[in-house]
Design a protein around this ligand. Sequence first.
Ligand code: GN1
Ligand code: MG
Length: 372
Amino acid sequence: MTTVIRTHGIGNLVAIAQQFTLESQVVDVRGFGSGNINDTFLVTLDAPGEQHFILQRINTQVFRQPQLIMQNMRTFTDHVRQRLQHTPLDRRWEVPRVLSTQQAQDYYIDAEGNFWRGISFIAGSQSFDTMQSVEQAQEIGYALGMFHNLISDLPPEKLADTLEGFHITPLYLRHYQEVLATTTPQPSPEVNYCLQFVSDRATFAHILENAKAQGILPLRLMHGDPKINNVMFDTSTHKAVSVIDLDTVKPGLVHYDIGDCLRSGCNPAGEETADWNNVYFDTDLCQGILRGYLSVAQAFLTENDYTYMYDAIRLIAFELGLRFFADYLAGNVYFKVKHPEHNLARAIVQFKLTESIESQETQIRQIIQDMK
Ligand code: GN1
Ligand code: MG
């Protein structure tokens, strides 16, 4: 997949960034973060006040209706801002702002049809790709709990579905089977491991969707992608201050979020490691995240929600591995890659993590039980 840097000169990027500010001059635009879908840039302004903002080109191959994302972001941020005004928190909490263009729009479409948006940068904050401590794990959990709490009174139908099928594991499995039916993967020990891994868990893939269909788990609003590096930390207090990346805030199960947060936060090796033998699920970090999460979320969770927590952790790790592996087989059409085997390597990391989760099922279930 080509990146903006290759298709746009820096001059163009400056001109695009300039669309999102009237008073200030853009002095620098540089690649930012490690997103797998959109292209993200940090813009520097000559302004004395707000010095930075985030410029993003939305991947419209993935997000077919990017206008819906912006509409959701407005609804979400308006709701949360009102809630916070009405009942302020006793600690710093920030909600990213959608920046308007010079034409007072929420996005800018360039001459080549690229979809751009500007988002405020949370001043004095940073994110991490891997967990630094149990204290940080607890903060990550708190952040997800606060995120869920602040939208718990926004009816799910108020937000549009920005990405159909997102986190519906049986659909990923079907897609994988369709890809397999049309391609013959080059056999290797790694590919064989993945093929077997998925085939052994075909029934398990349905667990959350079945519970949703039976009304055991309610449809709520979710973040969709609460991985560790989407939580911003105040650089001086080291407290979580914001959850960013609002593209997939939409109706779903909070279990997708719990699973995603834990599969990403409790993997100390990180999802990009090539050292597969060192991938494991850290139960101390799991305990930390859940403690932080439940300090806020206990208020709205039901008994059934707890029953499915272990399965959610296992499922979302497995699901991401399945998504990476299917994309490898399909020729890397969804996730950006640095080399042709990148998605295969990422899949193995998630499958090793799933194995580690499975091997610690009793302990993880006990942690959840003890925390209710
Ligand atoms: C993608 O682009 P990014 O890094 O925010 C993906 C998530 C995955 C994640 C894995 C819309 O998120 O679902 O968990 O990669 N987002 C989408 O790093 O598919
Ligand atoms: Mg994302």
